[in-house]
Design a protein around this ligand. Structure first.
Ligand code: PLP
Length: 230
C-alpha cells in the first residue's frame, strides 16, 4: 500500500451471481452433459431465479426440504426433480411421489422396494444405480462384480426404468485418478447397455464430462458456498 493519509478500504467481494455461474457452466459443459443443479441447502428463491433462466432440473438429497421447496415453486409448473441422497427404505414411497428420477439406488433390496411401490403408485421412475468403484468408507454403492451379478434381476424390475449408473469419486483423488475412475464407470455402463452417466460434482465435473458424463451434479459451483452446512 502506498504511503498516504488514507488507505482505501478493501473492496467488498463481488456478490455471487447465479446468472453468471449458470452461463459459465453452460458455456463450459460439452454438448452431451446436462447440468443437474444440486439445490440442497439453498432457498427456493434461488431455484426460482435459475428456473427463470431455463434451468429446470434440480437435485435434492433431503426429502422434507425438497417437499417444502416443491410446494413453494408449484406455480412454476413441472420442474424436473432428481433425488440424489441416501434413500431410507421408509421414505421410498414419498421419494417416488416427489421425484421423477432417483440417482442413489445402491442395493437390490432398495430397487425391489422401489419397483413394488412404483407399481402400486402407477409410476415409472428413471433410476440410476449407484456404484462404488473404489474403497470409500463414506459412500455406498454396488461394486462392479456385485452389479454384474445382480444385473439380470435388476433389469427385470419393471416399472423402474434403469437408465444409467451414478458414481462419486472419493476425496483426494488426483485429476488423472478421477478421470480414470469415471472412465471405468462409463465402460461398465456401456457393458450393460446403459446410456446415462451421473458423474461429476463441483470439484471434478470436467474430468467426469471428459469421460462421458451425461448429468453433472453441481451444487456449490453453481449456487456458491452453502448458507448453512447440511
Ligand atoms: C451435494 C451433492 C452434490 C453436489 O456437490 P458440490 O460439491 O456442491 O457440487 C453432488 N452429488 C451428490 C450426491 C451430492 O450429495
Amino acid at each position: 500500500m502506498a504511503a498516504g493519509a488514507f488507505s482505501a478500504p478493501d473492496p467488498a467481494p463481488p456478490a455471487w451471481s447465479l446468472e453468471q455461474q449458470l452461463a459459465a457452466l453452460r458455456e463450459a459443459l460439452p454438448a452431451g452433459s446436462r447440468l443437474l443443479a444440486v439445490s440442497k441447502g439453498h432457498p427456493a428463491a434461488s431455484l426460482r431465479q435459475l428456473a427463470a433462466l431455463g434451468q429446470r432440473s434440480f437435485g435434492e438429497s433431503r426429502l422434507q426440504e425438497a417437499i417444502a421447496k416443491q410446494a413453494e415453486l408449484a406455480d412454476l409448473g413441472a420442474l424436473d426433480w432428481h433425488f440424489i441422497g441416501r434413500l431410507q427404505a421408509n421414505k421410498a414411497r414419498a421419494v417416488l411421489r416427489q421425484f421423477g428420477t432417483i440417482h442413489s439406488v445402491d442395493s437390490l433390496e432398495l430397487a425391489e422396494r422401489l419397483a413394488r411401490i412404483a407399481a402400486e403408485e402407477g409410476l415409472a421412475p428413471a433410476v440410476f444405480l449407484q456404484v462404488k468403484l473404489r474403497v470409500d468408507p463414506n459412500k455406498t454403492g454396488l461394486s462392479a462384480p456385485e452389479l454384474r451379478q445382480l444385473w439380470p434381476r435388476l433389469q427385470g424390475l419393471a416399472p423402474l426404468r434403469i437408465v444409467g449408473l451414478m458414481t462419486m469419486a472419493p476425496q483426494g483423488l488426483s485429476r488423472a485418478e478421477s478421470q480414470a475412475l469415471f472412465g471405468e464407470c462409463a465402460a461398465l455402463a456401456r457393458e450393460l447397455g446403459l446410456a446415462e452417466l451421473s458423474m461429476g460434482m463441483s470439484g471434478d465435473w470436467p474430468e467426469a464430462a471428459a469421460a462421458g458424463s451425461t448429468w453433472v451434479r453441481i451444487g456449490s459451483g453453481l449456487f456458491g458456498p452453502k448458507p448453512c452446512q447440511l
